[in-house]
Design a protein around this ligand. Sequence first.
Ligand SMILES: Nc1ncnc2c1ncn2[C@@H]1O[C@H](COP(=O)(O)OP(=O)(O)OP(=O)(O)O)[C@@H](O)[C@H]1O
Length: 280
Amino acid sequence: MSTSALVNQNKHSNEYADSEQPLLSVRNLTKLYAPGKGFTNVSFDLFPGEVLGIVGESGSGKSTLLKSLSGRQTPDSGDVLYIRGRGEDQITQLEDLYEMAESQRRQLLRTEWGVVHQHPMDGLRGRVSAGGNIGERLMAVGKRHYDDIREESTKWLTDVEIPQDRIDDMPTTFSGGMQQRLQIARNLVTHPKLIFMDEPTGGLDVSVQAKLLDLLRRLVTELELAVVIVTHDLAVARLLAHRLMVMRRSEVVETGLTDQVLDDPQHPYTQLLVSSVLQN
Ligand SMILES: Nc1ncnc2c1ncn2[C@@H]1O[C@H](COP(=O)(O)OP(=O)(O)OP(=O)(O)O)[C@@H](O)[C@H]1O
């Protein structure tokens, strides 16, 4: 069978490869806090609507990479190129993230990007109500009318299965699973083009995790989000990611379509990772 036929059989077949222009293009990116602490020489393209999973050894640099991709950790070298804007305002050329003004990077993080942290309170404002946490992002994209903001926030609470009568409650009074769903609503309300997630289901009970994964999968498809997700959980990667990048000791050791990487791992470390899950 030809390679393309094999790829087409895959349930995560890469329909995005036909997109002409990547949304994010990463070239030879490196950030080391010290030798072996960080990541080196990472390159990939991410297309609109595509989900890239980053898996691998603890301490291999996954979170640091996610921070550098999302403008929160200046790399030592290499480029992160991104297509800014949307609709008629879309910039047609990739721009270097770290050549933009700091204010432009912050603006991206408030509007067309989202960051979902493992610990939800890292991405929520503890002293602002649930509705306010969602409404704040709407105001960042220019919404001003109180009733509209309230209505949109209520709709999003329902979408992430938080009872509407909790809208004026502080997120600190929510369970972990509810806080995580609120963080997701806060991020998605502006219809971002690109979301960065760091272990979004980590630390939650298994049943809560499963519901959250269902929700994420539905939203990612409905909103055609491009996502970069760091996870140590191969089941999460299998469910959400079209493509995988496997990291070990600050380096990418393997990349490919998710099913191919997990069903037919090539690198000895990936083989170990997959077999250790099978044995558990
Ligand atoms: N701000 C920092 N200053 C110095 N070293 C750091 C800093 N942040 C992370 N490190 C180190 O860099 C290495 C990579 O950390 P990182 O958090 O990116 O790994 P990771 O793959 O996400 O790990 P885990 O899966 O355990 O979360 C680790 O050795 C970590 O201790």
